[in-house]
Design a protein around this ligand. Structure first.
Ligand code: C2O
Ligand code: CU
Ligand code: CU
Length: 492
């Protein structure tokens, strides 16, 4: 049987050793509960800003060219690491699209192995989605086209190659996609790389010679080196004014509990699929894999000061069982250092009070309620939804075009799973019967379903019917997705 197809024996064993000794254990709990270290070492590396790709307008369409390719990158100690990237060695350009535009992409695969490119969070026809059914053979070019209908927000593109997503994304096949809305008159920081910064956060494991260690593990692959836009603990020089950080958790499995080294508060202004109704003030923002959050940080009057973006992972309770935690899960660790420079002539002077009007979908309007139970077989390594592993030849659900549906996702045990639905943006109705926190009341395409929890979400399935090509729903811990915790639905 192919059950443990991709987990090495060591990783399954480590897992089976639950209750007994933990292989490679011996962690001293207290050591990891430190406050973040002071950054007295001045980091030399500036935060890399992925190039912005705005496309070329030809006959009413905006055209983008992406090539998935092999590369060599250097992350630690000037050692060479074999990587994948789009139009470069690692990660990809930030694709900028305008709401309402007709877009067309030429996606060429020069990897030497099949891949796909998925437009995560984007509402489009299933054939254009870039999921497991839109494989691009080595050497070929795929040409999806669609109208950008999404709200302005921060999205994500990445490989979705069946059984290979985890490894291909880990090696670098991921990038940010920003949707802009030219109709919006809100005064928010929006000059890319000037007061509006992309921040792709990932974790990797490097061996002594610089190779990326990739070996699938049942709890998902986590690395001990944190990268921001592909650099380890880089430094961002930011102007002394309101700045926007577009946080994208592009890690295979790690969650981040974002905050700042001085515990200052900040405002979340957008969730996965659009602006929130109002800015939400907070000191911590938890993002699980594939979740995005746009935050505003007030640096006004703070020229010549420094601070750090930190993940206070040690404060996260009840998400990760002890056996699935690594050293970083037990501490607060640095992600980015920020040095505040002079302010610019153009600056957002205050945060708008209202950001967006979000039409709440009512439970009464839903015609169907579906249940999804996420399960991992602790000893078998099986990953299922409603008891079934992903089968590319099986349609799990058929949704009627235009219907509003409620999906109830439950996680009876073990670790938290970030559940993602393609095609749509949903609203969270309830977490275990309680209304979601304020920053989860906007549009979402990934929701973290905690241990023992049932989350109810509501969505409308509009515009694109296709009786043959399904969309996916899955856990966004990539090792879970690739090993079966995924299913397919049609919209007809
Ligand atoms: Cu981020 Cu199925 O995708
Ligand atoms: Cu997706
Ligand atoms: Cu999972």
């Amino acid at each position: 049987m192919a059950k443990n197809r991709r987990f090495s024996r060591r990783n399954v064993l480590k897992y089976s050793a639950l209750g007994g000794a933990i292989v490679g254990g011996g962690y001293a709990a207290n050591r990891y509960f430190n406050a973040p270290e002071q950054a007295d070492v001045i980091s030399a590396l500036p935060l890399p800003i992925p190039p912005l790709m705005t496309g070329t307008k030809i006959e009413g369409k905006t055209i983008y060219n992406l090539t998935a390719q092999k590369g060599v990158s250097s992350f630690v100690k000037d050692q060479d690491t074999q990587t994948f990237g789009y139009n470069g060695n690692y990660l990809g350009p930030t694709i900028s699209m305008q709401k309402g535009d007709d877009v067309a992409l030429n996606v060429t695969n020069n990897l030497g192995e099949p891949t796909t490119v998925h437009w995560h969070g984007i509402h489009l026809p299933a054939k254009m989605d870039g999921g497991p059914h839109q494989t691009i053979a080595s050497g070929e070019t795929w040409q999806p086209e669609f109208k950008m209908q999404n709200e302005a927000a921060t999205y994500f593109y990445h490989s979705h190659m069946m059984h290979k997503t985890d490894e291909q994304v880990y090696k670098g096949l991921a990038g940010m996609l920003i949707v802009h809305d030219s109709q919006s008159s809100l005064d928010l920081p929006d000059v890319y790389g000037v007061d509006d910064f992309p921040l792709i956060v990932q974790d990797k494991d490097f061996s002594a010679n610089g190779d990326m260690n990739y070996s699938a593990a049942i709890e998902g692959v986590k690395g001990n080196t944190i990268l921001a836009n592909g650099a380890n603990m880089p430094e961002l020089e930011a102007p002394a004014q309101f700045v926007r950080l577009r946080l994208l958790n592009a890690s295979n499995a790690r969650m981040y509990n974002f905050g700042f080294s001085d515990n200052r508060s900040f405002h979340q202004i957008a969730s996965d699929g659009g602006l929130l109704a109002k800015p939400v003030e907070m000191t911590r923002l938890l993002l699980s894999p594939a979740e995005r959050g746009e935050i505003l940080v007030d640096l006004s009057g703070q020229e010549n000061t420094r601070l750090r973006l930190v993940s206070y992972s040690n404060e996260i309770a009840n998400l990760t069982p002890f056996w699935a935690k690594d050293a970083l899960d037990r501490k607060a660790f640095d992600i980015l250092s920020i040095s505040v420079g002079p302010s610019l002539p153009i600056a957002t002077k205050q945060i708008p009070e209202n950001l967006a009007i979000i039409n709440q979908l009512s439970e009464q309007s839903a015609s169907v309620t579906r249940q999804f139970e996420l399960k991992m077989g602790l000893f078998s390594g099986s990953m299922t939804i409603n008891g079934l592993e992903m089968d590319i030849d099986r349609i799990d659900h058929t949704v009627k075009l235009g219907d509003i549906e409620i999906w109830e996702i439950s996680n009876p045990a073990d670790l938290a799973h970030p559940f993602h639905i393609h095609d749509i943006q949903f609203q969270i109705l309830a977490r275990d019967g309680n209304p979601p926190p304020e920053n989860e009341r906007g549009w979402k395409d990934v929701v973290l379903v905690k241990k023992g929890e049932t989350v109810r979400v509501i969505a409308q399935f509009n515009d694109f019917a296709d009786p043959e090509t399904p969309f996916m729903f899955h856990c966004h811990i990539l090792e879970h997705e690739d090993n079966g915790m995924m299913g397919q639905f049609l919209v007809v």
